[in-house]
Design a protein around this ligand. Structure first.
Ligand SMILES: [Zn+2]
Length: 247
């Protein structure tokens, strides 16, 4: 069976939601320059995680919200942004619509760190105004420790080792491998706020020996994708478990 809500017809939906399935995963991203990986990176990753986790979490996948809050990389070609107020209102109404359709638990699978605040605010409103349970998930925070087990003490960041690995696992043909390790990288520094940011790969700290370069190893990438799925699944399950006492 398909776990994609768009594949279902309304009669199947009426029969099974919420009596049999009351959870839905809503992927949220943005369109943004990402070094040598696609403009759609922040959409592709949460969508892939959602599709692979749907059967494991017994949740449907809602259509993604692909437009988001691109900020310091907006001047890079192909990046797009909408305003925070519009983004938040649209995401809230999309999620509230899913609640009205019958879902009682919503996983906001966010792919972009620059909109954490707004996504969290949507979760707050879903409870305040709809009495719907929601959880916002950010894979990079959850998977960071596990990344070290596979890649060692690398310097990651936006479009860096971790994100490139997931894209390599999800859609390897879309990685510009010739440019991946040579395209400009720059560290985030306290006390420096450049706009545009001076590189499309933003490292979380300085690199001293080139340890911020994306790693193009398909086997490691597959392993990192698998552990990312596992840690995200566990995080959502833990939340679902806690909610049982409240519902
Ligand atoms: Zn990204």
């Amino acid at each position: 069976m398909s776990w994609d809500m768009l594949d279902w017809n309304w009669e199947t939906f009426r029969r099974r939601v919420p009596s049999e399935i009351d959870a839905v995963i809503l992927p949220v991203g943005t369109v943004e320059a990402h070094g040598a990986i696609p403009l759609g990176t922040d959409v592709f990753i949460p969508l892939a995680l959602a599709r692979d986790l749907a059967p494991r979490l017994h949740a449907l996948v809602a259509p993604a919200v692909p437009y988001g809050l691109t900020n310091t990389l907006l001047p890079y070609p192909g990046s797009t942004a909408i305003t925070p107020a519009t983004f938040q209102a649209y995401l809230y109404e999309a999620a509230a619509g899913l609640a009205d359709a019958g879902f009682r638990r919503i996983v906001l699978m966010n792919g972009h760190g620059g909109q954490s605040h707004e996504v969290g605010e949507v979760g707050r409103r879903l409870w305040a105004e709809k009495r719907v349970f929601s959880v916002a998930i950010e894979w990079w925070g959850l998977a960071e420790k596990r990344r070290g087990e596979i890649y060692g003490d690398v310097v990651s960041g936006h479009a860096g080792v971790g994100e490139t690995a997931l894209i390599l696992a999800i859609c390897p043909e879309s990685v510009d491998t010739a440019r991946a390790t040579t395209i400009r990288r720059a560290p985030l520094r306290d006390g420096v706020r450049a706009r545009p940011f001076p590189a499309s790969i933003l490292l979380e700290r300085e690199e001293t020996h080139g340890e911020g370069a994306p790693v193009l190893d398909p086997e490691k990438a597959r392993r990192f994708y698998a552990v990312t799925l596992d840690v995200v699944e566990k995080a959502v399950r833990d939340v679902f478990e806690g909610w049982k006492e409240l519902r």
